[in-house]
Ligand binder design. Structure first.
Ligand SMILES: [Zn+2]
Length: 303
């Protein structure tokens, strides 16, 4: 059985760039639990609580039920469900999963493959992260599901092609230079010697969702604003003004200066007539990543 291929092709409910990370998050959660207690099954009620948190923190802005992946992942052959009445999932309804005492677990063949191949867990983890999330979120997600990313990083060196790594380095050079080595949101332009520091190329439409490696889909952002942009705290409106989520909180002066006061400010454009971010990429980010509503610009009161 090629488990890597099976996990790569988990059946999704939606296409066209719509994020549906429910099954991948359940898989990552199950791998994390497997790493801690390989033979222990997971009660639906417990999974429901934890997966709800994961979907809220790392899923798309719309809400959805953890019962769907719990039931539907079984048809991908990587997960099995049992109830008090025997094998097989009783359905995707929350009530019936709770009342039947449903429990889930990685499929037995997958568990034995993980036990025999010490590299497999890292490969599957990295694959799930690469296929569904941008790199800036990988450490946070791994920590949330209690997976050790070191194994995954090792696997990544084996699976990410030299060509992809070169292309990522090229894009970074191209984007940083187009934006004159300044964050497009705050103007941060740190360097040590002649080398920029704390500046990154941020995809607007994620690479994992067929986002292009080009200027019309990438911004030069400082590390803080890159992270907040990928978590949906920051976004752009069609006129490329910065949006700040009304869900974001931060009481101190730094949160005010570095985040809240960006609301409504125009993002920097690339210099020398470089191609600015395309509207369709902004629209994807607004629908799939940005959380809640945009705050209105204006004076921000803090303690
Ligand atoms: Zn910045």
């Amino acid at each position: 059985m090629d488990w890597v291929e099976r996990v790569r092709t988990l059946r999704q409910w939606s296409g066209n760039g719509v994020r549906a990370p429910h099954k991948p998050l359940l898989m990552l959660y199950a791998l994390g639990r497997f790493q801690q207690a390989p033979e222990q099954d997971l009660r639906y009620t417990e999974v429901e609580r934890d997966l709800k948190d994961l979907l809220r923190d790392f899923g798309p802005p719309r809400t959805s039920s953890p019962s769907y992946p719990f039931h539907h992942l079984e048809s991908d052959g990587v997960w099995e469900v049992r109830t008090d009445h025997g094998h097989g999932s009783p359905g995707s309804t929350v009530g019936v999963l709770r009342s039947s005492g449903a429990r889930g677990q990685l499929a037995p063949e997958l568990r034995s493959a993980l036990a025999t191949d010490p590299l497999l867990l890292g490969r599957l983890t990295q694959l799930l992260l690469d296929t569904h999330f941008p790199p800036s979120l990988h450490a946070d997600i791994a920590a949330a599901v209690r997976l050790d990313l070191e194994d995954a990083e090792e696997a990544r060196r084996v699976t990410v092609s030299v060509r992809d790594r070169r292309r990522a380095a090229e894009l970074r050079r191209e984007v940083l230079s187009a934006y004159a080595y300044r964050c497009a949101f705050c103007g941060f332009d740190g360097a040590i010697g002649r080398v920029p520091v704390g500046l990154e190329a941020a995809h607007v439409r994620w690479w994992a969702f067929r986002g292009a490696n080009s200027l019309h889909n990438a911004l030069c952002l400082c590390s803080l604003h890159h992270r907040l942009f990928d978590r949906g705290v920051l976004g752009l409106d069609p006129a490329r003004r910065i949006r700040v989520s009304d869900r974001f909180t931060g009481r101190g002066r730094a949160a005010r200066d570095q985040v809240l006061e960006l609301a409504g400010r125009g993002a920097e454009e690339p210099r020398h007539g470089g191609e600015p971010i395309a509207p369709e990429n902004i629209a994807w980010h607004s629908e799939q990543v940005f959380r809640g509503e945009a705050r209105t610009a204006g004076p921000v009161a803090t303690n």
